[in-house]
Write a new protein. Sequence first.
Length: 293
Amino acid sequence: MFDYEEETQAEFEVIGTSTEEGYSITDVKFESPFSGQVSAFLLTPDNGGPFPAVIFMHPSQGNRKTFLREAQMLVKKGYISLLIETPYFEGDGGQVFEERKEFIKSVEFLADIQKYIQTVMDIRRGITLLCKLSIVDEARIAFIGHGFGAAMGGVIAGIDSRINTFVLISGYGQTSEWQLTSEHPMAAIIRSFLPTERFEYYVSSLRKLDAINFVKNAAPASILFQFATNDEFIERDHSVTFYAAASSPKKIIWYDTDHLFTNCKSAILDRQKWLSEHFWLQDDILSKESTKN
């Protein structure tokens, strides 16, 4: 389902670059393994390398700008970041949910199971393109995803060994069950307007893509789960089920915040700490192996 042939000529297409003190933000596009192009931001330190890299995937309420500030914090610490935009919301940051007419027009598009598969494939293509950059340390690549992005990260964890560590924020371990019960705007609109037979097919297809089916195979990659105690869309038992399904090593942290982790600075600091500890541990192991040899 997620297999594809990599094109050796695939590369980032540069749309524009802005220069900040010590780093650059490049607006890029790359070819999707499905169709069309994927929009992304690529943040790179000015000098040095190879650097660890982080791939970000936003929640359904966001777009590639969602994690931009956090990526700017990381690039100053010596991380490369790739912020990918899902094919669901490109160009409008999820604002299709603000008008009822737009809800109705978008139901079939949002319920297209191929868009879920495409998102996973787009992420895999992003990993490949990062690995082709000489300034990226292929042994130190992380993934950070929120909401829908965390669900996709759970799938990636079980099928792509190139990611060393994951941070999954307010993740949907069972998107199919969430679609049946959640009051999230996307779930509610699909449930309300999709014909019964079409909806049942959609949910049955989603079950095959539930992250709990894949995250059990994440090892040896590590996973940090971040959940909100006041999550208005994901019940606590669903969060616990997602965590329990994952392979070890793993860690779970709860925060007194909402689904979007509004003003939750401690979660950002914990993510930075997690990345630092993971990659420095890896450096220590490599250093010890080099000493032995």
